[in-house]
Write a new protein. Structure first.
Length: 358
């Protein structure tokens, strides 16, 4: 009677190590490391052949992380964002990731979920993976905020939002220039009474800059343009916004045309919902220009005018600045303010204006 065939082993296969390769080839681990670091010239042909044969026999694959760390680099970039549900964050991430990949780096993402106290924990967590640097699109406020002492000696680049306690390269939309262009367009189209609606400022630099630019522009126009600011919190009900828009029209002078400037796409969506509830039409009862140009902006009749942010370019520029710092660039913090693109559609042209098909 023949012996039973042994059942195939279900134990997980142990991945061979560099020590296994060294033992199989009869050399030291340092010799195997020289082989992988393309320093075969330091090895005799016989030893190089033995190492190569051992690698093939054991099917050994070196760890990319271990190889990178042996050179003092992980080839990883840590990206911390305030809120990944914000379309702006996603768009910037795409641009940064593309630039990093082109340079041979991978991006590790940490989403704060708008919890400002997690910022320092996020940086610590990414640092534990030995990232080579950070791209930060964060709130920059609260007990957990990052500063130069929490970056583990790594360079950082700030995107969209400044940090009071962190002198680092900064990349953003030119908020003042974009607001000037949006308001000038509305005035040229005959909208004389403006309401700027923003999420609560809460120390967020981009919101503050747009709000200050709006107020300065209105102030400079004298009686030609009137304007007010509304900070709209997420927890405030729809009735608050509906009442604000109703009051805007009710308080207008005879013949004075009213328009809204929205601080970002989150506000734009809430304004569009309010206009629908009120039974109004953009470009007739209410003019409109919003910051950010979401895909659905052209679908809301008669098309929503918007300041499109160069999100891809912002992400790529942030990655380029960081890679330059990683590669040894020194000097004072740099600032890159990129221009927006005003996309004109029917919402800002007013009655009789030709709607833009885009």
């Amino acid at each position: 009677m023949s012996p039973p065939t042994p059942a195939p082993s279900t134990a997980p296969r142990v991945r061979p190590t560099i020590a296994d390769v060294a033992a199989e080839a009869g050399v030291s681990k340092a010799t195997v490391s020289r082989y992988f670091n393309h320093r075969e010239r330091l090895l005799s042909p016989d030893i190089a052949a033995r190492v190569e044969a051992a690698i093939a026999k054991l099917a050994y694959v070196p760890s990319p992380m271990a190889q990178a760390l042996s050179h003092g680099r992980s080839r990883l970039i840590g990206l911390v964002v305030a809120d990944i549900t914000n379309p702006y964050s996603v768009a910037v991430l795409r641009g940064a990731e593309k630039a990093c990949q082109d340079a041979g780096y991978l991006v590790m993402l940490f989403n704060l979920g708008n919890d400002r106290e997690r910022e320092r924990a996020a940086i610590d967590a990414l640092a534990s993976y030995q990232v080579d640097g950070f791209i930060l699109n964060t709130l920059g406020q609260g007990e957990g905020q990052a500063d130069v002492n929490t970056l583990h000696g790594k360079p950082a680049v700030l995107v969209d939002r400044r940090h009071a306690g962190l002198a680092a390269d900064f990349v953003s939309l030119d908020n003042q220039g974009a607001m000037r262009e949006a308001c000038a367009h509305l005035q040229q189209q005959g909208w004389q009474r403006l309401l700027y609606i923003t999420q609560p400022l809460l120390g967020v630099s981009s919101r503050i800059e747009r709000t200050e630019a709006f107020r300065a522009l209105v102030s400079s126009k004298g009686s030609a343009v009137r304007g007010t600011v509304l900070e709209l919190a997420a927890e405030q009900g729809d009735d608050v916004l509906d009442q604000a828009l109703t009051d805007l029209l009710r308080q207008a002078r005879p013949g004075e045309r009213c328009a809204v400037v929205a601080g970002n796409s989150v506000v734009t969506l809430r304004v569009a919902a309010s206009v629908s509830r009120l039974g109004w039409t953009f470009g007739q009862q209410l003019g409109f220009v919003g910051f950010d140009d979401p895909e659905w902006a052209s679908l809301i009749r008669p098309g929503l005018s918007a300041v499109a942010q160069p999100t891809d370019a912002i992400g790529q520029r942030a990655a380029q600045c960081l890679l330059e710092r990683i590669n040894g660039l020194e000097g004072p913090a740099r600032e890159s303010l990129l221009p927006g693109l005003l996309v004109v559609r029917g919402s800002s042209l007013g009655p009789g204006g030709p709607p833009d098909p885009g």
